[in-house]
Design a protein around this ligand. Structure first.
Ligand code: NAD
Ligand code: UDP
Length: 323
């Protein structure tokens, strides 16, 4: 008999990133305790793990008291709506999972002596007035604008996590994730990549918000998961950006999707949402120096894989576009 498996709790496990984290930690031979209330997630993302003896699933809202029997060595808190369409539809739950949910999980981590990593976001920088964004930048967030429910929940999440680290000596890690894409995103989650690919697959025009001059920097999911894995096992407790610094305007991005999918549709302009950040690009100097990490998958490779995934979905899912 080898050593007993380390036990890890992953919240938001049925979502896009959470499900990839489950796969990674199963591959590393952990006992994975997956938790999700399925508000934006889908059990199909993790159903291939259900047969494994080192995987268990709890259908639970982490904004309510969280109980997990037995030992716990690590907690990855990824539960939260993440796409603007989602968090604008369920703003109170978004605030609660970032605040109450994080508090519950920090309490659990403290009780179990577990190390906890939280999923923060580039949105803590709001509509940044410096580019790229280093971790030292404090951000430019409108707390009462529509995106405030997400941005401020994540800022509070960072603050309470750091307070548990400082005052209780809890082992904590904070990853600031920049726009990430890949298989298992929801085709109708409203984020720009699934929106554009879904429109191309349905033969509809691609809806570019505003004049498309705003920028984003897209990271392929495998690269992100590797960065998170390295951060968890590092001894770095300050926030760390993980993302791909290859910045592109939304207009150019739309043109890339048109080329990739071979659609004969065009980009059309729709109103720009309130407080939509004008530029976003991670400064990943710290990730490079401290974790020896940088992204490996180019946008053209990552987009090809993601397009194949979306194309392989059943016809009725591609056609179903209600948010
Ligand atoms: P997702 O919507 O696919 O996954 C989120 C999961 O959390 C879903 O399965 C949902 O059902 C679950 N959830 C939400 N509220 C819950 C609650 N109260 N209790 C239990 N489960 C709950 O989103 P994602 O893209 O996988 O994002 C995961 C995390 O990463 C989020 O915390 C998000 O803020 C963060 N993040 C993601 C990105 C990105 O580009 N994908 C960027 C920055 C930060
Ligand atoms: N966007 C767009 N068309 C869409 C969806 C989004 O032009 O159908 C734009 C959006 O206004 C933003 C960028 O694409 O400038 C990225 O949006 P997304 O919702 O993917 O993520 P965000 O980075 O804004 O959270």
């Amino acid at each position: 008999m080898g050593e007993a498996r380390k036990r890890i709790l992953i919240t938001g496990a049925a979502g896009f990133l959470g499900s990839h984290l489950c796969d990674r930690f199963i591959k590393e031979d952990y006992h994975v305790i997956a938790m999700d209330n399925l508000i934006t997630g889908d059990l199909r993302n993790i159903e291939h793990l259900f047969k494994l003896e080192n995987f268990e699933f709890y259908n639970h809202d982490v904004s309510k008291f969280v109980h997990v029997p037995g030992e716990l060595h690590y907690i990855l808190h990824f539960a939260s709506p993440a796409s603007p369409i989602d968090y604008l539809k369920i703003p109170i739950q978004t605030l609660k999972v970032g605040s109450l949910g994080t508090h519950n999980l920090l309490g659990l981590a403290k009780a179990k002596g577990a190390r906890m990593l939280i999923a923060s976001t580039s949105e803590v920088y709001g509509d940044p007035n410096i580019n790229p964004q280093p971790e030292e930048y404090w951000g430019n967030v409108n707390p009462v604008g529509p995106r405030g429910v997400y941005d401020e929940a994540k800022r509070f999440q960072e603050a309470i996590t750091m307070a548990y680290h400082t005052f209780h000596g809890l082992e904590t890690r904070i990853v600031r994730i920049f726009n990430t894409y890949g298989p298992r995103m929801r085709l109708n989650d409203g984020r720009v990549l699934p929106a554009f690919i879904g429109q191309a697959l349905r033969g509809e025009p691609l809806t570019m918000f505003g004049d498309g001059s705003q920028t984003r920097s897209f990271c392929y999911v495998d690269d992100l998961i590797e960065g998170i894995y390295r951060l968890l096992f590092s001894d770095y407790a300050q926030p760390m950006n993980i993302g791909n610094p290859d910045e592109i305007t939304i207009k150019e991005f739309g043109e890339e999707i048109i080329k990739l999918t071979g659609t004969n549709q065009e980009l059309i302009s729709k109103p720009l949402p309130t407080d939509d950040p004008k530029q976003r690009r991670p400064d990943i100097t710290k990730a490079k120096e401290i974790l020896g990490w940088e992204p490996k998958v180019s946008r053209s490779e990552g987009l090809k894989i993601t397009y194949e995934y979306f194309k392989s979905l059943p016809e009725h899912e591609i056609k179903h576009k209600d948010f």
